[in-house]
Design a binder for this molecule. Structure first.
Ligand SMILES: Cc1ncc(C[n+]2csc(CCOP(=O)(O)OP(=O)(O)O)c2C)c(N)n1
Ligand SMILES: [Mg+2]
Length: 574
């Protein structure tokens, strides 16, 4: 349970920490706590967020909304004023002093899947209902706990919460199984396309069995990165519209039976809607429904459905072989044309190429929005790697606090954070929480002197994309009075190699500042940024030549060549 105390939740927190069932992790602010809770829930299956009424809960709301978008189950527990004072509309601090005590829960209603104000008369039923919804829907829920209700004794709890989905409708389940089997039997080119829901609803193992049984290649959308190892023989890699490797694109788009698992074709997942999929060939599998041949069968549990399909004998076995060897995903980090010498400056391309080799099975990687997220999309993940990011909500600053949660939820694993300078400046205080709990992730700070990804979209030289430069290497000493970290500054390929080798011992937290040029980005990201600019600002097309001239003159004014490479040192970024 992550959070920040406040007068209305103190009694609740005191009850919670009595005994050894719950560990309370105090974060530096509520937004960070929500990100930490999100990171923990991705590995532990669920987590809790404890905040105080009004000021605290609204601070964390953006993070809770992110968890909703990314399908992460978090129980938000809000310490509210005493029940009677709310009922009487008392003019209290942390409110608008207007006697309104429904406004906060109403805000949360938009971003959580169940809400309750806990009163003694309903506590048992309401808490169970809300927890059950959280676990079954894999999204955040809201419990408002009046300060005088926390700690009231109820009857002892003797039975575990029933977390089974209601059983499928037998007839609809039978129909769904038969239809899927006949579609698979008739198909020449079936493909399974995973989205994050496959992982959240623990369907991946069954889907891999299905892939094995029928020889079906498995592709994934960006949010499902890590759900299946990219080294798995049936994994063909990421499908992202025209941002996919050609062979993956062909396989997915030419499929005559595309089993889509919880897919959401968002802008980021599809390279800005460049996907080209035939709806009529899709089977859309959700946790408790399936759409086949355009007809939705509700009350069909995906686990029961997949198990049912797997029990049926395969009548027509098509020789489909192993796909990984024939369809190689776009693993390669394209060359940047520079000769690779140890004295060469490190670039995005050389950094990610080395990082690819540095990855180990079982790592947990957390990336923030920015070049770190988009470049990491090209990594080929070894077995058992968990990849944590926010491909949909994309909140800058998410990853450092999420690393706190991830480290606590899976203490035995190697945790690696990849974060930009802009992202770090958003939520940097959580370095403190890492030290407070003696956590030792390996942190790569990609310092490119500002908001590079935004510069690539628009305002390449504009001051709003600049950051005030910090002495980043001093941060670990500021947040920790003990000597529990090693700071590295990487400017050349030689520095990078030495540093990566030295982090093999993870008895300390490693803080690695990687110094990159301002406009250095992989070609794929440049391309994506141009697309994003065209999508966001159709007016740019109308401006046409005028805009290009403006852009060119700005680049020249900065001593930057038209290809975005830095020609002269940039000064301090302002
Ligand atoms: C909360 C929030 N505010 C603003 C943004 C917009 N935004 C997206 S990426 C970005 C800049 C990222 O900069 P940095 O972390 O330094 O990464 P870089 O692209 O430079 O590698 C900004 C401001 C956002 N995604 N989330
Ligand atoms: Mg940056």
């Amino acid at each position: 349970m992550f959070g920040v105390p406040g007068d209305f939740n103190l009694w609740f927190l005191e009850q919670s920490i009595t005994g050894d069932q719950v560990e309370f992790v105090g974060c530096c602010n509520e937004l960070n706590a929500s990100y930490a809770a999100d990171g923990a829930a991705r590995l532990a299956g669920i987590s809790a967020l404890a905040t105080t009424y009004g000021v605290g809960e609204l601070s964390s709301l953006a993070g809770v909304a992110g968890a909703h978008a990314e399908q992460v189950p978090i129980v938000c527990i809000i310490g509210a004023p005493p029940l009677d004072s709310m009922k009487k509309g008392a003019l209290l601090h942390h409110t608008l002093a207007d006697g309104n005590f429904t406004n906060m829960m109403n805000c949360y209603r938009e971003f959580t899947v169940a809400q309750a104000r806990i009163e003694p008369v309903n506590a048992r039923q309401e808490i169970d209902r809300v927890l059950r919804t959280c676990l079954l829907e894999k999204r955040p829920v809201y419990l408002q706990m009046p300060s005088d209700v926390a700690g009231i004794a109820t009857e002892p709890i003797t039975e575990a919460l029933d977390l089974r989905l209601p059983p499928s409708d037998p007839e609809l389940l039978r129909q769904a199984i038969s239809q899927i089997v006949s579609r698979l039997e008739a198909s020449e080119k079936p493909v399974i396309l995973l989205d994050a829901a496959a992982d959240r609803f623990a369907l991946t193992d069954l889907l891999l069995e299905l892939s094995e049984k029928y020889g079906i290649p498995v592709a994934h959308l960006i949010p499902a990165k890590g759900a299946v190892s990219e080294e798995h023989p049936r994994s063909i890699g990421v499908y992202a519209g025209d941002g996919s490797a050609t062979a993956v694109r062909e396989a997915v788009e030419a499929s005559d039976c595309l089993i889509c698992v919880g897919t959401r074709f968002t802008d980021v997942a599809t390279g800005l809607f460049s996907h080209n999929l035939d709806d009529s060939v899709q089977i859309n599998l959700e946790s408790y429904s399936v759409t086949i041949n355009g007809e939705t069968l509700n009350a069909v549990d995906a686990t029961e459905l997949l198990a049912g399909v797997l029990r049926r004998p395969v009548l027509v076995r098509k020789a489909r072989g192993t796909f990984h060897s024939s369809i190689q995903p776009a693993v390669s980090f394209e060359t940047d044309g520079n000769s690779i010498q140890t004295s060469s400056p490190v670039t995005q391309v050389s950094f990610w190429r080395s990082f690819q080799k540095y990855l180990q099975p079982g790592d947990v990687i957390v990336t923030d929005t920015g070049t770190s997220f988009f470049s990491s999309m090209k990594l080929s993940l070894p077995d058992g790697v968990t990849f944590i990011a926010q491909p949909i909500w994309a909140a800058l600053g998410y990853a450092l606090p999420a690393t706190v949660g991830a480290c606590l939820a899976a203490p035995g694993r190697r945790h690696i954070l990849l974060v930009g300078d802009g992202a770090l400046q958003m939520t940097v205080q959580e370095l403190s929480t890492l030290f407070r709990h003696d956590l030792k992730p390996i942190i790569f700070l990609l310092n490119n002197d500002g908001y590079t990804i935004e510069r690539l979209i628009y305002g390449v030289a504009s001051s709003y994309n600049n950051l005030h430069p910090w002495q980043y290497g001093m941060l670990p000493r500021i947040f920790d009075e003990h000597d529990r970290s090693v700071v590295h500054r990487v400017e050349t390929i030689g520095d990078l190699e030495k540093t990566l080798a030295s982090t093999n011992k993870i008895s300390k937290l490693h803080f690695i500042e990687v110094v990159l040029l301002r406009l250095d980005a992989p070609d794929s990201l440049m391309h994506m940024a141009r697309r994003a600019a065209e999508f966001d600002f159709p007016q740019m097309r109308r401006l046409g030549a005028e805009d290009k001239t403006l852009r060119k003159s700005k680049l020249q004014g900065l001593g930057l060549s038209g290809n975005g490479k830095k020609a002269t040192p940039m000064g301090n970024g302002n």
